[in-house]
Structure formats: structure tokens, C-alpha cells
Design a protein around this ligand. Structure first.
Ligand SMILES: *Cc1c(COP(=O)(O)O)cnc(C)c1O
Length: 197
């Protein structure tokens, strides 16, 4: 497991639980929303300057600048417009988070991610924009065999020469690791259930 990055997904969790995990020495965290992360992480970073923060939830183009300022890695690039917005700000500021292209492996109508048939084109566009692309990310459809989606993601990554695979959550990270995950995104198994109350 040495080269697998465990992203502790801290969305919605109370600060005390996050602080406890920081206290234990963990430094790699994931958040879904830019705004929520902006309220939480600048404060923690004053104490823990080596925190590595991953954005794993949908990103609107009007939040790109804020996201690039706060996050070290963005897992949700799923359209050319977003890739272009990131590239424009990277040119301007001279820095860019590492990126994953999110793939809608189940081609679900309501889900984020680039359709399977359009991944190769988007990867090529990201490369021609000079973006630092690490790999691909997916969230398998609920109720389907996750490992089939993980295997598909790996196949698409392989044919595009991409090494990074962001896949696997609390319920299926073992299958994801078996299929070659390099980054697993684990929330409730670390922090306990989220209370959306
Ligand atoms: C919330 C979330 C996770 C973590 O989910 P758990 O089931 O709590 O491990 C992982 N990835 C994404 C994209 C998420 O939104």
C-alpha cells in the first residue's frame, strides 16, 4: 500500500474529528465543496502547513480561481471549458494543482464526469493546454459492481498513458486497490458517518 495515497474525505465532518485525524499525523484530505473547504482549511493550515488538499466534488468555472488557490490536487476536470479556465489561470499565476479527469464510467445522465467515449479527446486537449494531468477518477454507479468500473477506468488510463487512478471509497476501496488505484477517497470509514442534520 506504500504508493497508494489515502485521501481522508472530511466533507461535512465537524472540525473536532478533522483535528483528531490531523493530530494523529495524517495530512492528505479531500473536500467536495470549495466554499466549505475555504471555511475550514486555511485555519488548519496555520498549524499544519504540510496539509495536502484534494478537491473531489464538482467545480463550477466561477470557482476555479478559488479552487486553484486552495487545493493541491483537483480530481474533477470533466469538460473542455473547465480545462481551459484552469489553463488560463495557471498561465496567469504560474502555478497549477495536479489534475485528474473525472470519467462517468456508467454514462449516467445525472452524474458529473466526461462520457466514456469522450475521455481520450479531453485528455488530449488537457495535454495540449499543458496541464499537469496525473490520471483519471471515477465514482461507480450505485448498485453496480464497482470493480467492473474500476477495471474500465484502468483500461482507459492505460491506453492514454496515464498512471494515476483515483477510485475507491469506504465501501469499495479494497476492490479499487485490487484494480490498481493510486488514490483512494475514504470518508466515513475514517471519520464515522456524516451528519447532514
Ligand atoms: C463523499 C465522497 C467520498 C467518500 O465517501 P465515503 O463513502 O464516506 O468514503 C469519496 N469520493 C467522493 C467523490 C465523494 O463525494
Amino acid at each position: 500500500m506504500d504508493d497508494i495515497s489515502l485521501i481522508a474525505v472530511s466533507k461535512v465532518q465537524p472540525n473536532e474529528r478533522v483535528a483528531a485525524v490531523l493530530e494523529e499525523g495524517h495530512r492528505v484530505f479531500g473536500e467536495n465543496r470549495v466554499q466549505e473547504a475555504e471555511g475550514k482549511w486555511p485555519g488548519f493550515r496555520e498549524t499544519y502547513s504540510d496539509v495536502e488538499l484534494h478537491l473531489i466534488g464538482a467545480l463550477q468555472t466561477n470557482k476555479v480561481r478559488a479552487a486553484m488557490d486552495l487545493f493541491d490536487v483537483i480530481h474533477v476536470v470533466d469538460r473542455l471549458k473547465l480545462a481551459r479556465a484552469i489553463a488560463r489561470i495557471a498561465d496567469e499565476t504560474g502555478k497549477c494543482p495536479d489534475l485528474f479527469v473525472q470519467v462517468n464510467t456508467g454514462d449516467e445522465a445525472q452524474k458529473a464526469g466526461v462520457p466514456v467515449g469522450e475521455v481520450d479527446a479531453l485528455v488530449a486537449e488537457c495535454r495540449s493546454l499543458g496541464l499537469p494531468l496525473l490520471g483519471l477518477m471515477c465514482l461507480p454507479p450505485i448498485g453496480e459492481t464497482a470493480s467492473l468500473h474500476f477495471a474500465l477506468l484502468k483500461k482507459i488510463a492505460d491506453r492514454n498513458g496515464l498512471k494515476g487512478l483515483s477510485m475507491g471509497m469506504s465501501g469499495d476501496f479494497e476492490e479499487a486497490i485490487a484494480q490498481g488505484a493510486t488514490h483512494v477517497r475514504v470518508g466515513s470509514a475514517i471519520f464515522g458517518a456524516r451528519d447532514y442534520g
